[in-house]
Design a protein around this ligand. Structure first.
Ligand code: ATP
Length: 461
């Protein structure tokens, strides 16, 4: 079996309609991507699977959909106006711009070194780059400027005048929409601490070097949970949510060998954090952060209390004690984890007859199509369409009547359809169809009346 590469994933994504380059007919726009007919299904399924476990099946959590545009004071309070910046370096020779920390991390990876650059002072990064003669990835010269802080927030203007009083930001994370609604949600839902607020939505960061396909883009979606608990109980809940996140990935068939969790060392922790773990995924270009899980203590609510003047303390109904809850935040990129599922599902197999197939082994809950219906011959179209119509009321299913059955199997293997259902001449007599399993390629006869249950059962995770 040959190795999965980014080239293969990007190419399959384009040809089969998972992901297209953004604004392609105009020559594109720096690492923007559009989800095609299959990609939108896959990503929606990822988001649905997250919502199912983190909201629907959790007795603790409720949902929210806050707006992207917020009062700019919220970003002052959160620290984003003052400090949401990356260390920027320019190559003096070719003018290309880089994140100094990423240049060093790439150097680490190239030389098989383990290490974390987060938290290094500028002088340390500059010295490392100088002493190790790190070269510009674009032109090969080793002649960089010093580091400047570059704020990652996209700015825009609200209303008809464009001056500093009307300047607002596109949110760089969804979390602050949750914090500012803490009191509204707690009151309206009558939730008692511990409880969580979950949200899925777009975020924007003016990344210095977007890249690696959809891994790092300037517009992306996040799935964030802010879980509020009593101070002192935070580390226990931190462990609980860390395990919950790992279980979510594993229950959706992510391979053990593809993920690892990396606990942040003391010196790497943000000043307000009691504990942080990154769940990382082994992408073809190396390990990359998938899910950041942080114990943020009472930092965010306290900051919003100070800046807004609102009392965001919680009153314990049993003890009447008033306190600012601590917060555990598991934050996951919807696009990044969708890319991880694409990479993890990709397999090339050589079959017994010597032929090859590419198969996307998505968990059925994530697969764009849950099944595909094939008429064996054109004459059977009318009856086979009825099976499609019955199933499509419940699930996304495809109807495919072109080419040989073998070709149709290959096409659906390549997009990860778990079941191929063939309607043949016997089906007219016995009301049964042949169901072929994507992974084992075994076939069995199944009564048409049992198809919905069969597919529904496959969706569980
Ligand atoms: N530019 C981006 N493109 C796609 N997903 C992103 C991007 N930035 C962050 N994410 C996703 O949101 C999650 C939470 O964001 P967080 O602020 O913790 O990331 P980060 O530590 O700033 O990421 P990085 O160090 O890779 O820039 C990340 O784990 C990732 O899945």
């Amino acid at each position: 079996m040959s190795k999965v590469t980014m080239e293969k994933i990007v190419s399959l994504s384009k040809t089969r309609g998972f992901v297209f380059p953004g604004s392609e007919i105009y020559g594109g726009l720096a690492n923007t991507w559009d989800y095609g007919p299959l990609g939108v299904e896959l990503k929606n399924n990822v988001k649905k699977a997250w919502w199912k476990k983190f909201v629907q099946e959790s007795k603790y959590n409720v949902g929210l959909d806050a707006s992207i545009l917020m009062n700019p004071q919220a970003w002052v309070a959160s620290g984003h106006v003052g400090g949401f910046a990356d260390p920027l370096m320019d190559c003096k020779a070719c003018k290309a711009r880089f994140r100094a920390d990423k240049l060093i991390e790439d150097h680490f990876a190239k030389h098989g070194k383990e290490g974390v650059v987060d938290g290094w002072p500028h002088e340390q990064m500059e010295a490392y780059i100088r002493e190790n003669h790190i070269k510009c990835p674009e032109c090969g010269k080793a002649d960089f400027t010093g580091i400047r802080q570059f704020n990652l927030m996209f700015k825009t203007f609200q209303g008809v005048t464009e001056d500093s009083s009307t300047q607002i930001y596109l949110r760089p994370e969804t979390a602050q929409g949750i914090f500012v609604n803490f009191k509204n949600v707690q009151r309206a839902s009558r939730k008692k601490v511990p409880f969580g607020i979950a949200q899925v939505g777009k975020s924007f960061r003016n990344e210095i070097t977007p890249g690696n396909f959809t891994f790092r883009t300037r517009e992306f979606e996040q799935m964030e949970l802010e879980f509020f608990c009593a101070p002192g109980e935070d580390l226990e809940w931190f462990d609980y949510w860390k395990q919950y996140c790992l279980d979510w990935l594993k229950n959706l068939n992510m391979k053990d060998a593809s993920i690892r969790s990396r606990d942040h060392a003391k010196e790497e922790l943000s000043h307000y954090s009691n504990a942080t773990t990154d769940i990382e995924f082994l992408f073809p270009f190396g390990w990359g952060e998938l899910w950041g899980i942080a114990d943020r203590t009472d930092f965010d609510l306290k900051a919003h209390m100070t800046h807004s003047g609102e009392d965001l303390r919680y009153v314990d109904p049993m003890t009447n004690e008033k306190y600012v809850p601590y917060c555990i935040e598991p934050s996951l990129g919807a696009d990044r984890v969708t890319l991880a599922f694409l990479v993890d599902a990709y397999e090339e197999e050589t079959l017994e007859d010597g032929s090859d197939r590419v198969v996307m082994k998505f968990h059925p809950a994530l697969a764009p199509f849950k099944a595909a219906v094939f008429p064996l011959a054109k004459k059977l179209n009318d009856e086979a369409v009825k099976v499609f119509e019955m199933l499509s009321k419940e699930f996304m299913v495809d109807y495919d009547d072109s080419g040989s059955i073998g070709k149709r199997y290959r096409r659906h293997d390549e997009i990860g359809t778990p079941f191929c259902i063939t309607f043949d001449f016997d089906s007219l007599e016995d009301g049964q169809v042949t169901v072929r399993d994507r992974d084992t390629m075994t076939q069995k006869r199944v009564p048409i009346a049992e198809l919905i249950d069969l597919i529904r059962e496959s969706q569980a995770f």
